[in-house]
Design a protein around this ligand. Structure first.
Ligand code: AOF
Ligand code: ZN
Length: 374
């Protein structure tokens, strides 16, 4: 093949992998503890490539993406190329190994993005394909795939969920006004984008200060994303969350966890428990809640990603302990001025090790997103 041929091949591989990644993004937040994987089966029999099968990891984590795409392709999978955003699995879990399914279906070539850190799979999926004589290209858009599946990657590698810090800043760098509850900082497009981001996570977390001041509901309220609200978590050392707060009142529809310190009032704690709220017993670390242990507990409960939405103290605690993996910053056009609450972090104070992955305008608001590698 000429070098020109190779580069055309590369471009096509990247294009289909990008499409498989866009496809798999749809089920983010629905598949934990499994990642949301995407698969495209593409035939090329002379008249140019065309897609014969599409698959995303199903809600709840199974069936896997490859199974879904192969079922759609049927006999057309024979001789085709499969684009998979994660190395196909090699283990007999609750479903047979996808690597074997690809071989059996007669797939000729597999293009993979991210490698799977799961020790039951890592390297073995690709090895099965190669041993059966399939052509394998690994690592196409690997960074993009790992970034999108960061929750799965972080939980597999560090036994804790990915922590996403969301901040909405006024033009003068404030996140709100003292004693005022919720202050509108960003516009409607940013609000909708945030609800989409919430839907992709397994939990939304706030401190009790924010829960008391804002009385937020922390659900996804967007047409088209109904039923996609993740669990809510309140860091509430003393179990002060009021029984008539919106968080408690909506806990019948969307799970609510309240993380308390060992010294929390037993009666308050029991009152919340009686309302069906799940209490997370945390360790007291010199008067503060031990966040690494809390995160381990959340991972053990199957959560792969948590979005921290405030307030300043809670954000600061996660930043200072080096527990933030992704920063999503919205910068609105208005000033807050007098009585403003300073943001714990901004564009000029992004910790070392993070790199900018997105920068967009949502109406009058600027959106910026930074991640650090898992
Ligand atoms: C794939 N395709 O779509 C996904 C994969 O509990 P199980 O049997 O579903 O296995 C979970 C593991 O499967 C998970 O840790 C990861 O290694 C892999 N996820 N693999 O081939 C998929 N979601
Ligand atoms: Zn599989």
């Amino acid at each position: 093949m000429t070098s020109k041929g190779v580069s055309h091949h590369d471009k096509l591989d990247r294009r289909y992998m990008a499409a498989a990644l866009r496809l798999s993004r749809r089920n983010l937040g629905l598949t934990s503890t499994n990642p949301s994987v995407g698969t495209l089966i593409v035939r090329n029999d002379g008249s140019g490539p065309y897609i014969v099968g599409r698959g995303i990891t199903a809600s709840g984590g199974r069936p896997h993406a490859e199974t879904v795409a192969l079922a759609e392709a049927g006999e057309l999978a024979r001789g085709a190329t499969a684009y998979v955003t994660l190395e196909p699995c090699a283990h007999h879990g609750r479903t047979p190994p996808c690597a074997e399914a690809l071989v059996t279906a007669g797939i000729a070539r597999v293009v993979g993005a991210a490698s799977d850190p799961d020790p039951r799979v890592s390297g073995k999926g690709y090895a099965i394909l190669r041993a059966a004589g399939l052509e394998v290209t690994e690592g196409v858009l690997a960074e993009e795939a790992a970034c999108q599946m960061a929750g799965y990657m972080r939980r597999s590698v560090s036994k804790r969920p990915e922590v996403i810090l969301k901040l909405a800043l006024s033009s003068d760098g404030m996140i709100g006004r003292r004693g005022e509850g919720q202050v509108a900082i960003t516009g409607d497009i940013a609000r909708r984008q945030l609800h989409m981001l919430r839907a992709e996570c397994d939990a939304i977390l706030v401190g009790i200060g924010t829960a008391l001041a804002d009385n937020p509901e922390l659900t996804v309220r967007l047409a088209g994303l109904k039923g996609r609200s993740p669990a809510r978590i309140v860091l509430d050392g003393q179990a002060r969350l009021p029984e008539d707060s919106k968080l408690v009142l909506s806990s019948g529809e969307v799970p609510l966890y309240v993380a308390v310190l060992p010294g929390a009032d037993a009666r308050r704690r029991e009152a919340l428990e009686r309302l069906g709220i799940q209490i997370l017993a945390t360790e007291d670390y010199e008067g503060r809640m031990a966040l690494p242990e809390l995160l381990e507990d959340l991972a053990a409960r199957g959560m792969s990603s948590v979005i921290v939405e405030g307030g300043a103290e809670t954000a600061k605690a996660f930043i200072e302990e080096g527990l933030v993996d992704r920063i999503c910053l919205y910068r609105g056009p208005e000033e807050i001025g007098e009585g403003g609450i300073d943001a714990p972090i901004d564009e000029t104070r992004i910790p070392a090790g993070f790199h900018l992955v997105r920068e967009e305008n949502y109406g009058e608001d600027r959106y910026m997103e930074w991640v650090r590698a898992v």
